[in-house]
Design a protein around this ligand. Structure first.
Ligand code: PLP
Length: 402
């Protein structure tokens, strides 16, 4: 029996893992080297220095051979002690999972949020955080945890505003931010925004496979880690940062993913971070124009916080979004993101991150439009036409020129 092989490439249009560019795949195929040898030390120093530019920080960035969930745990166990009160904000499924983890680790969590699914449509409300911190005159709250780009909804949150809220309340809480799906796609400024721990991962804007994740840390976070008592061993920053000084890790690092990371850093800095962000914004805008032309609703209800990474598309009442995703997968060999948690079956998510360009977006929208039509979803008009008109009216910068 011959294996069936669908023609062409699979369209991986979920909001991460994102497609891995050939250049990165090739870099990862180099032979695995001695992680205690001189060649590895040079690679280690190079990626540890390069990744700081992506986080916009002069402080250490810890790299773990783990998925993003590991880096979430690392952020909490390095800075907090059992029973510490943490203030979190319900922006969506990932904020909810991070809260569940904090509870499992023995922290006392408080979940701020808007009623119903409003928080899942509008992102963090910094004024609510400020108000709550002002009430906490005894400084019981030790950390504020927020998600920068909610991958479950396509809503970003204004991290600078959260910083201002903490400062306005005169509160000493640490600021912990998840930008697992925002980094290298949406503007992010670890130092300027006064973030104490930034958590990120490899499989989104960095265009790598899943498998490495990050904690960018502040001086205040390092200080907190010296007295924090939650048990930590593998995640302990101290030993890792100490060994990173010469480009090594206390354990066997993810050598081949680090080759990939080095390549990804070159690609992103080669394009220029601002150009990368502008490309994402442009594609995201065109994608939203398509959704509007279809007459469907965008999950994000506040245009000020539309995500440049992904667009959440709500299906009309009674239309199962997962059935449409399955049809598109079966007929067009394309994966779209499923609705998560409260949005299960009610929405699908279109990823336009990483190495996305005009033509990958157009093909993705064509797949969506054909699938919606096949499923019998009444559409107000052609999203493909709307997006194409928009993209061709503001032609992308030359792709083949430096
Ligand atoms: N936080 C956000 C915002 C995410 O998008 C994800 C994964 O998609 C995670 C956390 C969890 O990361 P991982 O699945 O790599 O463990």
């Amino acid at each position: 029996k011959l294996d069936f092989h669908p023609a062409g490439r699979h369209f991986l249009q979920i909001p991460g893992p994102s497609p891995v560019p050939d250049r990165i795949l090739r870099a990862m195929s180099y032979p695995t080297i001695d992680h205690r040898g001189p060649e590895f030390g040079a690679l280690g120093l190079q990626v540890l220095e390069g990744i700081k530019k992506i986080f916009k920080t002069a402080q250490p960035v810890v790299i773990y051979p783990a998925s993003g969930t590991g880096a979430w745990e690392a952020a909490l166990v390095n800075t907090l002690s059992a029973g510490d009160h943490v203030l979190m904000f319900e922006t969506g499924h990932f904020a909810t999972l991070w809260k569940k983890m904090a509870e499992a680790l023995g922290l006392k969590t408080e979940f701020l949020g808007l009623p119903g699914i409003e928080g899942w449509r509008r992102g963090v409300q910094a004024d609510m955080i400020e108000q709550r911190l002002r009430q906490d005159s005894g400084h019981e709250i030790k950390a504020v945890c927020v998600v920068h780009n909610e991958t479950s909804t396509g809503v970003t949150s204004d991290i600078a505003a959260v910083r201002r809220a903490i400062d306005a309340a005169g509160h000493p809480a640490l600021l912990l931010v998840d930008t697992i799906s925002g980094l290298a796609s949406a503007d992010y400024r670890h130092d300027e925004w006064g973030v104490d721990v930034t958590v990120s991962g490899s499989q989104k804007g960095l265009m790598l496979p899943p498998g490495i994740s990050f904690n960018a840390v502040s001086k205040k976070a390092i200080e907190a880690s010296k007295t924090a008592t939650l048990p930590k061993a593998f995640w302990n920053w101290a030993e890792i940062i100490e060994m990173n000084a010469t480009g090594y890790w206390p354990y066997t690092p993810n050598t081949n993913l680090l080759y990939g990371l080095s390549e990804a850093i070159d690609m992103i800095l080669g394009e220029g971070l601002d150009n990368t962000f502008a490309r994402h914004q442009r594609l995201a805008h065109a994608c939203r124009s398509a959704v509007k032309a279809w007459g469907l609703e965008i999950q994000c209800a506040d245009p000020a916080v539309y995500s440049p990474v992904l667009t959440g598309v709500m299906t009309p009442p009674g239309v199962d979004a997962d059935a449409i995703r399955k049809l598109i997968y079966d007929k067009f060999n394309m994966s779209l993101g499923t609705g998560l948690g409260k949005m299960k079956g009610k929405m699908f998510r279109i990823g336009h991150l990483g190495e996305a360009n005009d033509l990958t977006l157009m093909a993705t929208l064509a797949g969506c439009e054909m699938g919606l039509k096949l499923a019998g979803v009444p559409l107000a008009g052609s999203g493909v036409q709307a997006a194409m008109a928009e993209l061709s009216a503001s032609v992308a910068p030359d792709q083949l020129k430096a």
